[in-house]
Design a protein around this ligand. Structure first.
Ligand code: NAD
Length: 414
């Protein structure tokens, strides 16, 4: 995965004419942490889990990024995702750098008590290098507001009351209104911009969504509310389709109860791998990386793709989509709504002040439209696709901050 990010980084660095020296400085993470997390499981047996945190860049502010609990989590994933966070926070112009981490574990087989213990152990092992002005975790795959609440509680034992150490917390523990749905809302807003640029309206489009977790389910709901039809949804166990449009609220209730969309009676079941090539106008990969690859890209039918997940498209597939003229709104722009409202949450925590949901939604919408326009302008000026344009914008802003802080002893003339 890190290799994929490096490919896009280098393409953007070529557009910027960055020297090898600057590429090296901007690419390398500033700190990589691996911790051994030992807990007693529910049967009293000792279990070891590996925890990771990669802190990539802090030129523009404290580092920021999610925590992923997944059996595939490793240093490579953390490094690649941390790198994406650095450019993402710069693209939406929030005052953060980039980080990412997680625990190599399978939460689907663990009890809540075990997850609680392993989360607290992670905080205990990383408490010196995280904090409201250092590095601020947030939810990602298989972590949620409850886990963020545990992190706040554990960290506060060492540092005193510190709601700003983590975002995506429960509302009653100083979370922000609108954070839960923020990534999905951001996706809806950038899709609105993409539709305008293609002369389409909400009523014209059929949409397929891969992944029905935090990102996929909220994106599907908000897009359906605009009048589009969500005709197919898939998760790790199966897919469900309905050409007349799925009832997303009913599907959400089903998924909340059964932890999958599989078995939902308001549509027809299909194999989850088929979602990427479903006959739709818009595809939203909102699960994991490497969903659109060389193997399936030629069968993709959507002509707009909005990347809810991080890294869902491999470089080879990216090149095919660019050649075919598919409009891809890249991950580092499309899913930046989450970190944007995380910034609002952090700002509220620091000021000990609460915003109403209307204000959160309005400011998020404004930030996402502004970021979309900035990326589109770079794409037009440089005659490049939206993904490389997003990298160019992010790298340029981080590079300028690094130069202004004078720790890069070389002028960046861009
Ligand atoms: P989540 O754990 O809430 O949901 C993940 C979903 O993906 C689940 O529905 C799961 O069943 C599905 N899935 C897993 N493997 C699959 C497969 N092989 N085929 C189809 N579906 C599969 O996670 P999330 O928070 O919604 O994150 C999803 C993606 O969005 C990740 O790439 C994450 O990094 C990215 N992201 C999340 C946020 C956020 O605020 N949560 C912000 C930015 C980006």
């Amino acid at each position: 995965m890190l290799e994929d990010s490096h490919y896009y980084f280098n393409k953007a660095a070529d557009v910027l004419g960055l020297s090898d020296r600057l590429r090296e400085i901007l690419w390398a993470p500033i700190r990589t942490i691996k911790v051994d997390l030992v807990i007693d499981d529910d049967d009293g047996k000792l279990q070891h889990y590996q925890g990771y945190r990669v802190q990539h860049n802090k030129a523009r502010g404290p580092m920021k990024g999610g925590l992923r609990y997944h059996p595939a989590m490793d240093e490579d994933h953390a490094a690649a995702l941390a790198n994406l966070m650095t450019w993402k926070t710069a693209i939406v112009d929030v005052p953060f750098g980039g980080a990412k981490g997680g625990i190599n574990c399978d939460p689907l087989t663990m009890s809540e008590g075990e997850l609680n213990k392993v989360t607290r152990r992670f905080v205990e092992q990383t408490k010196e290098v995280i904090g409201p002005t250092i590095d601020i975790p947030a939810p990602d795959v298989n972590t949620n507001a409850k886990v963020m609440g545990w992190i706040m509680d554990e960290y506060s034992k060492y540092a005193g009351f510190s709601p700003g150490v983590v975002t995506g917390k429960p509302l009653e523990l100083f979370g922000s209104e609108g954070r839960d749905e923020a990534t999905g809302r951001g996706i809806m807003v950038v899709l609105d911009e993409a539709l305008k640029s293609r002369g389409k309206s909400w009523q014209d489009i059929r949409v397929a969504v891969q992944g029905f977790g935090n990102v996929g389910s909220n994106a599907a709901r908000l897009i359906a509310e605009q009048g589009a039809k969500i005709t197919a949804v898939a998760d790790h166990l199966g897919g469900v389709s309905n050409e007349n449009g799925l009832d997303v609220d009913a599907l959400s209730l089903w998924a909340a109860e059964h932890h999958t969309v599989k078995g939902f009676s308001g549509g027809t079941a299909f194999d989850n791998m088929e979602i990427i090539t479903w006959d739709v106008d818009v595809l939203i990969p909102a699960a994991l990386e490497n969903a659109i690859t060389e193997d399936n890209v030629n069968d993709v039918k959507a002509d707009i793709i909005v990347e809810g997940a991080n890294g869902p498209t491999t470089p080879a597939a990216h090149e095919v989509l660019v050649k075919r003229g598919v409009l891809v709104v890249p991950d580092i722009l499309a899913n930046a709504g989450g970190v944007t409202v995380s910034y609002f949450e952090w700002a509220q925590n620091i000021q000990q002040f609460r915003w109403q949901k209307d204000r959160v939604d309005e400011e998020l919408t404004h930030k996402m439209r502004e970021a979309y326009a900035a990326v589109r302008d770079v794409a037009e000026q440089e005659d490049i696709d939206m993904r490389i344009a997003a990298f160019v914008l992010g790298i340029r802003r981080v590079g300028q901050a690094a130069t202004s802080r004078a720790y890069v002893s070389e002028e960046i003339n861009f």
